[in-house]
Design a protein around this ligand. Structure first.
Ligand code: PEP
Ligand code: MN
Length: 272
């Protein structure tokens, strides 16, 4: 763990990762919000405008979706990337979107300000190596059954190629519990802060799988020291083509941001 490790115990500074105008790992608590999947121009635009108005500083949205069943909606692919490019130009929001396959890096990189490597691909060493050769920031989600050590080594794969712009994102791990989709490992946040100098995010949407739990668990992550949150938001979650059960509607996202501000302030962070 040569590159990722915090060098000295007294060195408390987190490395900052710059994505467009957004600085991850600094005093600002960064909220990345948007739909699980890009479904249509109007869906993405309305969500982008609303989350921006409410204080999110980056937009998320998947064009390539890793779905458990091959018969589920697998994303709009290139068409989704085109919508993302248009809405990025309109709103000025930097965008993060998943790249599932090393063959798509160039195409996705034309639009993405930050590459997302999803949970299912955390140990895709070809993908990690090829992404490491780019200059793009990388949002590396924790594998659904990965230890902190395995996750740290995955980040090291990227950094070993010369790309040190890596953000780690806890998104819940698989345990014996079935009530929630995953079990959020809040401990991972301060543990990674001890072990590494990289910014750490929490995704309470995939972590819980239930929209009603996103708000309290997100706040817990901020209290534990997360540098930002990734939240799924959809104009009509009941009609979403993926992850509707865990997506906040606009009203719930507004409430979430209201509750987030005082908690962020209490731990010395600002929210736009
Ligand atoms: C997502 O962000 O929509 C996603 C598929 O996340 P994960 O890889 O954490 O399951
Ligand atoms: Mn999702």
């Amino acid at each position: 763990m040569k590159l990722i490790a915090r060098r000295k115990e007294e060195q408390q500074e987190t490395t900052t990762v710059r994505v467009g105008d957004v600085i991850i790992g600094g005093p600002q608590l960064v909220v990345i919000a948007g739909p699980c999947a890009i479904e249509s121009y109007d869906q993405l635009l309305s969500t982008a405008l609303e989350v921006q108005r409410l204080g999110a500083t980056m937009l998320r949205g998947g064009a390539y979706k890793p779905r458990t069943s091959p018969y589920s909606f697998r994303g709009k692919g290139v068409g989704g990337l085109e919508m993302l490019a248009q809405i990025k130009a309109l709103t000025g929001l930097p965008v993060v979107t998943e790249v599932m396959d090393a063959r798509d890096i160039e195409r996705v990189g034309l639009v993405a300000d930050m590459f997302q490597i999803g949970s299912r691909n955390m140990q895709n060493y070809t993908l990690l190596t090829e992404i490491g050769k780019t200059k793009h920031p990388v949002f590396l989600k924790r594998g659904l059954a990965s230890t902190l050590e395995e996750w740290i080594y995955a980040a090291e794969y990227i950094m070993a190629e010369g790309n040190d712009q890596v953000v780690l994102c806890e998104r819940g791990i698989r345990t014996f519990e079935t009530y929630t989709r995953n079990t959020v490992d809040i401990t991972a946040i301060p543990a990674l802060k001890e072990l590494t100098h990289l910014p750490v995010f929490l995704d309470p949407s995939h972590g819980t799988g239930k929209w009603s739990l996103v708000n309290p668990v997100g706040l817990a992550g901020v209290a534990a020291g997360a540098d930002g949150l990734m939240i799924e938001v959809h104009p009509q979650p009941e009609l979403a083509l993926s992850d509707g059960d865990q997506s906040l509607n606009f009203k719930h996202f507004a409430e979430f941001m209201d509750r987030l501000r005082p908690v962020a302030k209490a731990v010395g962070r600002e929210v736009l």
